[in-house]
Write a protein that binds this ligand. Structure first.
Ligand code: HEM
Length: 508
């Protein structure tokens, strides 16, 4: 029998490798050009496709979902528990988040992914602990003092920080990153609301406040954890390298800021008036007992970090996209200006406090513009859950206990069947009824604030805050986008713009 000699073996190996590379490239090209599913490779599953498309994950996912009737099963690395059912089907969303809510906690897998940053805070908690968070946060955000406090803090920040910074840039014709300004604004404001302390990250010098930027550094690594096997990212973490190092540095920066405040509240006896940290401490101790100071301390840190995260990234991201959308649709700027000037009936045009929380509700067109920003670029672009018991989704997909499912809000906005042929267009009018009031759209269709028992608790306050900021800027300045600066979504758990929003302001 003829035996293969070494040169022949070498030749066969080269040929085999070349054919494999050719087939792989052809598949990758095909899956790029069409909505065909990513190749499910032995051992590594669909991970190569994710890595190859990591520069535009949300768009890539949308392309696949829309080509597969709105639901698609991602297969991860074998035995790594990274399979994930993606869906943008509103019926599935309604089923998981509302109708069959008890069967869909966040689950242990997602809890692990987010644990370094969010710990046992509201976003990461389930069952009894989540109920405690929800009750306490609600009593704070819906309390009778809250609207007045919000009004005071936001207008004060606009007067003492935002306008001086913007005047400084516009007066000198300096181009700057508006997203950065919004993040600093939102961070200072939410710190003041939740902690009663303003870290003053928004000032003309744009100082480096590590805890403020920590949240930016954390959100990209958190998305990759969804697809990478836990052992891989835990190894990176152990070695303190790459994305995991970023995440650890971010968590440490937040700890350095939050723990001293928590400690001082834990050690202070009594308080004049309502204090969020103290109120959480009381109810948590009722649940676990008084002699667990270490656990309580960590719990309070988690509670605070979750609220800072909730308040900073969502409003700043919405405002960033809003300004990009209106700058590319100038007609909408005139409409917002007319509305601010006529509806609010400025008594004294020199008064920087243009309106109060109650009057802000009359800004219907601006409300529609914000909703469009939230629809097209939902800050929380993906929302995950894990099935407790077996279930069949309205789309017919079966979920085993422990199966992970992620609802893609970014993709939902791009469904013609849901929003019509003009779904990709920015149309604030979409949100205004024939009578000129704000049109009610059910939450399973307009998903930016989530839906069901875990729906966002800060929705109302965020509209008030965002209207105050947007109206203050649009009323005073023309906003010019810096030419050729790319404005694309960042691949992270929060849909910020990847390279910021570079603008120049011209005082009107
Ligand atoms: C444009 C602004 C906002 C958007 C788009 C938004 C969106 C969301 C979304 C999608 C969720 C569900 C998250 C999850 O379950 O993982 C959520 C929950 C929540 N949001 Fe917001 N949010 C915004 C502003 C705020 C603000 C300003 C606050 C208050 C500081 C806030 C407080 C909360 C809280 C406490 C939850 C947890 C609710 C729960 O799990 O029961 N949000 N938000």
């Amino acid at each position: 029998m003829a035996m293969l000699q070494y040169p022949q073996i070498f030749f066969v190996l080269i040929l085999f490798t070349a054919i494999s590379i050719y087939l792989w490239k052809r598949r990758m090209l095909r899956s790029k050009q069409t909505s065909s599913p990513p190749t499910n490779w032995p051992v590594v599953g669909m991970l190569p496709a994710i890595l190859q498309n990591k520069h535009h994950l949300h768009a890539y996912l949308t392309q696949i979902l829309l080509g597969h009737g709105g639901t698609f099963q991602f297969r991860g690395v074998w035995f790594s528990n990274t399979d994930l059912l993606f869906t943008c089907d509103p019926n599935n969303f309604h089923h998981i988040f509302t109708k069959n809510f008890p069967n869909y906690p966040k689950g242990p897998s997602f809890k692990t992914i987010f644990s370094d940053l969010l710990g046992d805070g509201v976003f990461n908690a389930d069952f009894q602990l989540w109920e405690l968070h929800r009750r306490q946060t609600m009593s704070f955000l819906k309390g009778e003092r809250f609207d007045g406090l919000l009004d005071e803090i936001v207008w004060n920040k606009i007067e003492t920080s935002l306008l001086p910074v913007l005047d400084h840039f516009s007066g000198r014709g300096i181009e700057f990153d508006l997203q950065d300004v919004f993040q600093r604004f939102a961070y200072d404001t939410v710190c003041e609301l939740v902690l009663g302390r303003d870290p003053v990250s928004l000032s003309i010098a744009l100082p480096n406040v590590p805890s403020e930027k920590a949240l930016n550094d954390a959100i990209e690594p958190l998305l990759y954890r969804h697809f990478l096997p836990e052992t891989v990212w835990k190894m990176q973490r152990w070695l303190r390298i790459g994305n995991e190092k970023k995440l650890m540095d971010a968590a440490e920066a937040l700890d350095k800021f939050v723990y001293p405040i928590v400690d001082s509240r834990m050690n202070s006896e009594g308080n004049d008036g309502f204090d969020l940290i103290t109120s959480f401490k009381t109810v948590y101790e009722e649940m676990i007992g008084r002699n667990r100071a270490d656990r309580t301390r960590v719990f309070l840190r988690d509670t605070v970090v979750n609220l800072l995260f909730a308040g900073r990234d969502t409003t700043s991201t919405t405002l960033t996209w809003l300004f990009w959308l209106i700058a590319t649709n100038p007609r909408s700027i005139s409409r917002i200006r007319e509305e601010v000037e006529s509806v609010i009936k400025l008594k004294d045009s020199k008064n920087s406090r243009l309106f109060g929380a109650e009057e802000s509700r009359k800004l219907v067109y601006l409300h529609g513009a914000l909703c469009e920003s939230l629809r097209l670029y939902p800050p929380v672009a993906l929302q995950h859950k894990a099935a407790l018991r077996p279930d069949v989704l309205p789309s017919g997909h079966f979920l085993r206990p422990g199966s992970r499912v992620s609802v893609a809000f970014y993709s939902m906005a791009r469904m013609e069947s849901l929003w019509g042929k003009d779904c990709l267009e920015f149309k604030p009018e979409r949100w205004i009824s024939g009578h000129g009031a704000i049109e009610h759209v059910p939450s399973y269709k307009f998903a930016a604030f989530s839906a069901g028992p875990r729906t966002c608790l800060g929705k109302d306050m965020s509209f008030v805050e965002m209207k105050m900021i947007a109206a203050s800027i649009i009323h005073r300045y023309d906003v010019d986008l810096v030419k050729d600066h790319p404005v694309i979504p960042r691949d992270s758990v929060v849909l910020q713009t990847k390279h910021g929003l570079r603008v120049r302001l011209i005082k009107r």
